[in-house]
Design a protein around this ligand. Sequence first.
Ligand code: NAD
Ligand code: UDP
Length: 338
Amino acid sequence: MGKVLVTGGTGYIGSHTVIELLKAGYEPVIVDNLCNSKIEVLNRIKLISGIKPKFYQIDVQDKEAMRRVFEENEIESIIHFAGLKSVGESVQKPQLYYDNNVGSSKVLIELMEEYGVHNIVFSSSATVYGNPKSVPIVETDPVGEAASPYGETKIIIEKMLMEYASTHKDANVALLRYFNPIGAHPSGVMGEYPTGIPNNLMPYITQVAVGTLKQLTVFGGDYPTRDGTCVRDYIHVVDLAVGHVYALHKLEEKPGLVIYNLGTGKGTTVLELVHAFEKANNMKINYVVGDRRPGDVTECYANCDKAYKEMGWKAELSIEEACRDSWNWQSKNPHGYE
Ligand code: NAD
Ligand code: UDP
């Protein structure tokens, strides 16, 4: 159980993963430039775990500053969350996304070589499958045409890490393709709070519930699905976080390159999620069904058998629990970490 460098560790998925790492006996060292997270997260981690992890406010693209982290800590493995993740913004500012996401990964890989750190877990996404030909998606399905520069950065970084794995005999690389993370820590002190108007469904629902936003627009009611709305695989962020601990254990077996879908294996429509939220929290969500959102795929959910077979990991928490935890967090923190 050694030191794990967690880039992007104050972000939504990173912060929940830090909790699970501490629980499992690892020593997380967080690097984050706070471009999309708040320093207060560290206090919340302490509140939950009793431990305030070591933190560096550094941009991963800054190689000199990153060297300090490797010099000062005996890093054994890396979980690389740091990156920009807004699909819409990436269409407006593609260069920013290539620079930040690909650029920071390049620096990290160079430092892995320099310091002989060979284990890395990377935050990839179901978006690499593009518009899937069939569902549920298995890992051997082809990586598709990226729907956005954001998606393209995930495909490029996956390739960089695959090449790293194939050219370094000691390298162990886990590419984790996340489906749709939702939910929050059950304590209600940690969760997701996007800056500006949320793009994603769950934070939009919770902000309607808390009264910050008036009404949810369901993007499209005429898809060929059971109720006309799109299908996604919503996974509780705590399950997802736990998946990273399993991935680190897997890397300790020295498997070389491994790729896993992290989802629940279950597809849920937009309206089913809205209704699950209403039921779990005993409230009504004001919504209208509007036009389709350009670029949305009809159905996207995972087959997660491989992660179970090879790592023993599977999602344990239900959509209802995720809805309850999302609301618990949002209602206790109507302005996020502010
Ligand atoms: P997040 O924005 O909450 O966390 C990312 C963190 O990285 C933030 O704290 C941000 O400040 C930091 N960061 C960004 N660029 C950085 C840089 N150059 N140097 C240092 N820190 C930097 O996002 P998240 O939802 O926790 O996502 C984490 C990772 O998972 C991202 O790579 C994202 O693309 C990927 N992912 C997320 C989802 C999702 O729906 N949330 C789905 C699939 C994949
Ligand atoms: N969605 C919606 N209204 C919103 C936000 C999202 O109807 O305000 C739908 C969206 O069309 C998609 C699903 O919710 O079918 C999940 O969208 P999200 O952006 O959260 O994830 P992704 O599309 O990246 O899977």
